[in-house]
Design a protein around this ligand. Structure first.
Ligand SMILES: [Cu+2]
Length: 117
């Protein structure tokens, strides 16, 4: 009897892990770094959104800010850095190597009037 049930339990655990790893409401976004600029430069997201920065330039860039955790190592070409925004507010950031490169992530309040998807 145990032999029959074990695979079923394992599948159930795997599905649970996937479910936790991919919450449905927040859509992950990507900010590309290209030609000394963050694109899109200013983004508005829902709480829980994972933002991934990818460096498409052929020189290193980074993501730096005064927000704890929102700081990457120097990213070489095609390297990426991710940060999940859980707290509503405006998060400004810049490139630690080229501080004139700036961007911001605005995280909506949970009770805000978000447009339906
Ligand atoms: Cu840079």
């Amino acid at each position: 009897m145990l032999r029959m049930k074990l695979p079923t339990i394992l599948v159930g655990v795997a599905v649970s892990v996937l479910w936790v790893a991919a919450p449905a409401q927040a859509e992950d976004i990507t900010v590309t770094i290209d030609n000394f600029a963050f694109t899109p430069q200013n983004v508005t997201v829902k709480p829980g959104t994972k933002v991934t920065w990818i460096n498409h330039d052929d020189i290193p860039h980074s993501v730096a800010s005064g927000t704890q955790g929102l700081r990457s190592k120097a990213l070489d070409t095609d390297q990426s850095f991710s940060f999940t925004f859980t707290t509503p507010g405006t998060f400004k950031y810049f490139c630690g190597l080229h501080p004139h490169m700036t961007g911001s992530i605005v995280v909506e309040g949970t009770t805000g009037s978000a447009a339906p998807q």
